[in-house]
Write a new protein. Sequence first.
Length: 116
Amino acid sequence: MINEFRRARRRKVSDTVLVVDTMTDSVVGRLGNLSETGMLLMASMPLVDDALYQFRFNLTDARGRETTFEVGAHLLWQDSASASGQSWTGFRFITVPDEQMQQLRHWIEAPGGQFE
């Protein structure tokens, strides 16, 4: 049996949440899961290994309120997905504004979430 240790809980993103590269204003993929320290992204375009990115995405809370998040992220790894032209990518957050971090924590810990 493999015991995996992660520093932060990862909440699955059940809705389609598109992620935009703010430098090019283009959609780069969709969220798979999210934690306080990073995210899993299903990328729909090629990304550069070990590069830094500035992303924007929106999350909706249990009350239906939408919040926009802008994060700086470091691409740690990527792996080809079964669909052509797509890849699973793992990012570590390097910048998240304090107010947005509090909102992210609330979203992650909100009732009804599924965790990986």
